[in-house]
Design a protein around this ligand. Sequence first.
Ligand SMILES: [Zn+2]
Length: 279
Amino acid sequence: MKRVAASTMIAILAVALVWAQGPTQFHPGFNLFTKAQDVQLGQENAAQVRKQLTVIHDPFLTEYVTRVGKRLVSAREAQESGFPFTFEVVADPSINAFALPGGPMFINTGLLRAVDNEGQLAGVMGHEMSHVILRHGTNQASKSKLIELPAVLGSEMAGSSMVGKLAAMGIGLGANSVLLKFSRSAESQADLMGSHLMAEAGYNPMEMARFFEKLNAQGGSHGLQFLSDHPNPDNREKAIEAEAHRLPQQNYGYGTGEFQRMKQVIAGIHEPKPKVQAQ
Ligand SMILES: [Zn+2]
């Protein structure tokens, strides 16, 4: 009996050890916004984006990125965030995507052209989604406007534009917006949480690492856009790989089966000359 008890103890300890080395846990940073304000801000910004950039209204493409996105949203950490994610395609040759606070995500045709498989697309989308879940945009804004923000956020917002009020404080949506420029530690978090979302959705997290590696190796003005918005943390690929090993064993066999058709549709799209960057 004693022997059985000892071996049981050893088994329990072994399980506990695996748990101790389990997936990274995240603690959202300091934030003066409520989650509802993240959503309001993102939706107002998204309305501006739709006026300033060329959103493609191709039902197949929109449905395709939405299928991949919804699959990622089914993962636990996205579910628990409760944010209403939406997915749209923008005609822009640069390899990029961005997600606004609260969930609106825009994916460039240049990114759809550049990915080698659906896992790589899911990798970028999972990374962007993680910035939203971890509220990195409004966290950065909170840190940069610590003194001025409480009065603005606490005032009666009904019927008034949050975007306008924040723009008056210098928090716009432009290329250098604090809402879309992330620190290296925020990047690491988005990589790791993105790998969780991918794994649960059935995509191999290593495809995210491979795609970032490819962007790095390629360089060039198109690929650099993503890396300038999402600066490379140290050992990016190794960190994603290590996290992937900490995840419970997963079956990475998921795919929509529509990747090749997406590539064909994208090949037929000619992006217009870029409009002025969203401000
Ligand atoms: Zn990022």
